[in-house]
Ligand binder design. Structure first.
Ligand SMILES: [Zn+2]
Length: 129
């Protein structure tokens, strides 16, 4: 697959040290975001992404960067996503980035955060498969 991901996105994602497949999909999703959403996330020094291998005995600590406004935004991806179809992986990443962009809220007062995240993801070109 020929990727058109801008180098700044790739460079920004690197420190999160995602699984290589998830990194590539996250980069594709980020490259497709509206510029204002992308810059909202990429200009936030308290934003972080990570992945983890789910297992029965694992305790997982989400790395959270603190900022003056409190705990930062974090997107956490299960590595089992790697075994799912690409459309599903991209939808999950877009949905999680939407939650981060909306700061886990809705689009308006009383809006359901899950519906809001799906609607944003769909609007960015990643409808729920
Ligand atoms: Zn959700």
């Amino acid at each position: 697959m020929i990727s058109a991901v801008p180098p700044d996105i790739d460079h920004w994602l690197r420190p999160f040290a995602l699984d290589e497949h998830l990194h590539a999909q996250a980069a594709e999703v980020l490259a497709s975001l509206p510029a204002d959403v992308r810059s909202d996330l990429m200009s936030d020094p308290a934003f972080t992404m990570c992945d983890y291998e789910p297992g029965p005995d694992r305790v997982f600590h989400v790395p959270v960067r603190l900022s003056r406004r409190g705990a930062g935004r974090a997107v956490v991806l299960k590595r089992t996503l790697c075994r799912r179809p690409i459309e599903f992986v991209r939808w999950v990443i877009a949905h999680e980035l939407a939650h981060a962009h909306l700061r886990n809220g809705g689009r308006w007062a009383g809006d359901d955060p899950e519906r809001a995240a799906d609607a944003l993801a769909a609007g960015w070109g990643f409808p729920k498969p």
